[in-house]
Every structure is written in C-alpha cells, then in structure tokens.
Design a protein. Structure first.
Length: 213
C-alpha cells in the first residue's frame, strides 16, 4: 500500500498542483500499459505516479533518470540562469539517487517502480516493454532535448496515451517549443492541449498535457 501522507511529504521541485494532476492521470492508465517518467530527481513525482497507479488498475511505473551518470558541467550553457539548481549540481550528486530510493521506500512505493538509470532518449530507443499510457517528461528542458526524448518514446505510446511535460509555462525553457516540434501533428490533439500554469509563479513552472489520438 502506497502511503499518501509520505508521498505528500516528498522533497522536490514539482509544484503540488502538478503532482496531484499526475496522480489522477496515473490512476487512469490500465494495467496492460506502463507509466513512464523521464527525470526523477529525488522521486517526488515518482511517488505521486505510484500512488495514482495503486488507486487505479495498478499500472507499472518506470522511472528513468541518469542521476550521477551525468557530470555537473554537462548541462547546456545558460541553464544555471534559468534554474539555479543546475549551478549547484544537485541533480548529479550521488546522494540524490539514494534520496530517491529512500523516499520511495518510505512511501511503500519502491517495489511498484522499475528504476532505470540512463538517459531518456537512449532508454526510449531501446524500450521493449508494454505500451506507454502516460509519459511524464521532466528531463532536460532544451527544445532539442525535449524533441529528441519525445521522438524516442513516440513509437511506444498506446492509442489515447497522455504526454505531460513539466516547466512548459517557463518561456526561458524550450519545453513548449520541443513539444510542438514533435506533437503538433495529426497523431496528437495538439489543438486541445492544456497548459496548467503554476499559480504561485505563472511564468516559471507549469505543466503541458497533450493526448494521443
């Protein structure tokens, strides 16, 4: 049983409204499909996804993140100005992966999540698992990286799958541009996409949701 109180106490950078929305989306994914998370950090959204899956049909959650496989100085130029956390190297610290596992364990979600240490696009190109019913992207936010990640996972999306992307409300990030490059086509309902802005700071984070037809 996933502990909702422990889930809500998780450390991370994703706004609470987006976490609750991920919980609802995860609960709608059928057991024969997979929930894939690209970018986990300390497991805050991972736990929310696992909670939602446990409240639905019990779909498997797959969390993909390089953690300390990526060096501190391997982020694109200018990233530190957009998100100060990149300048401190918090994403690539070895303790971050430990914090991720400790949080999932505390929530009772560790055995519900398949953890993959790797880069989003590389894992996507080699994916041989179940069709993906929910794809949550919170990996590198440059337009090229977002487009590459989505392109790698596109062939694995189930009909009617939901693609959700974090930080889409931040004009300094390339999330919206990368998503539009890949998802603005007849296979997706780009016209009726939803951008849920962060009420506390509408131009910083936010969540974009696009559904596959």
């Amino acid at each position: 049983m996933v502990n909702a109180t422990a889930v809500a106490a998780g450390d991370g950078l994703t706004e609470r409204a987006a976490c609750r929305r991920l919980r609802r989306l995860a609960a709608q994914v059928p057991a024969g499909q997979t929930i894939v998370e690209l970018g986990a950090y300390k497991g805050r959204t991972t736990a929310w996804l696992a909670l939602g899956a446990s409240e639905g049909d019990g779909a498997t959650v797959v969390s993909v993140d390089p953690w300390d496989l990526r060096a501190d100085d391997d982020w694109p130029a200018g990233y530190a100005q957009v998100e100060p956390a990149y300048a401190t190297g918090v994403y690539s610290q070895s303790g971050t992966f430990t914090a991720y596992r400790d949080h999932l364990r505390a929530c009772g979600a560790l055995m519900r999540v398949w953890t993959v240490r790797g880069f989003a696009a590389e894992v996507g190109h080699g994916w041989q698992g179940q069709p993906v019913g929910l794809l949550w992207h919170d990996a590198e936010h440059t337009a090229d990286a977002v487009a590459d990640d989505l392109t790698a996972w596109l062939p694995h999306l189930a009909p009617g799958a939901v693609v959700a992307l974090h930080d889409a409300g931040n004009p300094l990030m390339g999330v919206m541009a990368g998503a539009k490059r890949v998802l603005n086509n007849p296979d997706f309902d780009w016209r009726h996409r939803k951008l849920y802005r962060w009420r506390k700071d509408p131009t910083r984070r936010g969540m974009l949701v696009v559904r596959k037809r």
